[in-house]
Write a protein of this length. Structure first.
Length: 261
C-alpha cells in the first residue's frame, strides 16, 4: 500500500482550488439565475400591462404642437435584427433611417421615441444603462450592441399611441373611445391611430412565439418592468410617422446618454 503525504501548503492549494472552482460555479449559477429572473420579470410585465385598470390613466407629458421641431430619442440596435444572443424580429429597437447626409434623413418605418428630458433622468446613474433603458421603455432584456439616436422632427409627424386618439398636446389618454369628431381629418387620424394600437396589442400580448411580446399599455406611457418600480409607470411614449423627415441626428452610447445633462 502506498501512502501519500500532503504538505500543509499542498492542502491549502487544494482547498483554495476547490473554493475557486466553487466560486466560478456559483458565479455562473448566479448569472443564470439573474437572466432567468429578468426574463420572468419581463414575461409577467406583458400579462400585467394587458389588463387595463383605472390606475392606468396617468398624467402624460404634452408636446407643444406650435414648435417648429421637437427633439426626441430612440433606443436602437447598431445593426438590423435579429438581436444577439436572442434571435427574433423586433418591432421596437430597430431604427430604419435613410440618411441623406450626416445629420438629416427620412424614417423608413414608424419609430418609437421619447423625450430626452424624461428618458435621460430615468436612467441617470444606472449601473447597467442598456438594461435600465430597456426596462424604462418596456423592451425585452436582450443582448446586442445598442445606441441611442437623437433627432429633431416636426410635431405634425408625431402621435401618441393611444386608443382614444393621437393628440400629443393632451395630458392623458382616456379609456372611452371617441364617437364624435370635429372634422373628417380628425376622424381619419383617430382611426389610423386605433388601427396602429390594435396591431400593437395583437403583436404584444403573446406567449410561445419567436417574438418576445411587449408590455404595451396603450395609454401613452411605457411600462417600467423593473422590480424596483412600485407602480411600473415609466415615461410618456410617442411614435414618429413613417417617411417623416428628421434633422440634427446625433448618435450616443447608452453610457453617454444616461450621464449627459
Amino acid at each position: 500500500m502506498h501512502r501519500i503525504f500532503v504538505t500543509g501548503a499542498a492542502c491549502a492549494a487544494i482547498v483554495i482550488g476547490c473554493l475557486a472552482q466553487s466560486g466560478v460555479r456559483a458565479a455562473e449559477m448566479s448569472a443564470q439565475t439573474a437572466a432567468v429572473s429578468l426574463e420572468e420579470l419581463y414575461k409577467s410585465s406583458i400579462y400585467d400591462a394587458a389588463v387595463k385598470r383605472r390606475s392606468f390613466r396617468r398624467p402624460l407629458t404634452p408636446i407643444d404642437a406650435s414648435l417648429p421641431k421637437v427633439t426626441v430619442v430612440t433606443l436602437t440596435t447598431k445593426s438590423d435584427d435579429p438581436v444577439e444572443p436572442t434571435r427574433f424580429n423586433v418591432t421596437k429597437g430597430v431604427l430604419k433611417l435613410d440618411r441623406k447626409d450626416g445629420v438629416s434623413g427620412v424614417l423608413l418605418q414608424p419609430t418609437w421615441v421619447s423625450l430626452p428630458a424624461e428618458s435621460r433622468p430615468a436612467c441617470k446613474g444606472a449601473r447597467n444603462p442598456v438594461l435600465r433603458l430597456q426596462q424604462i421603455l418596456g423592451m425585452p432584456p436582450v443582448g446586442g450592441q445598442w445606441e441611442l439616436v437623437q433627432f429633431k422632427v416636426a410635431p405634425k409627424h408625431i402621435f401618441r399611441p393611444c386608443g382614444s386618439g393621437p393628440d400629443i398636446t393632451t395630458t392623458e389618454c382616456a379609456f372611452k373611445l371617441p364617437t364624435k369628431f370635429s372634422s373628417p381629418e380628425e376622424r381619419r387620424a383617430v382611426e389610423k391611430t386605433q388601427l396602429f394600437v390594435f396591431e400593437q396589442m395583437w403583436s404584444s400580448f403573446i406567449e410561445g412565439f419567436p417574438e418576445p411580446g411587449y408590455p404595451f399599455t396603450g395609454m401613452g406611457w411605457t411600462y417600467d418592468w423593473s422590480e424596483t418600480s412600485e407602480d411600473h409607470f415609466g415615461i410618456s411614449e410617442y411614435v414618429v410617422d413613417e417617411k417623416a423627415p428628421v434633422t440634427d441626428i446625433r448618435v450616443l452610447t447608452p453610457e453617454q446618454f444616461c450621464r449627459s445633462r
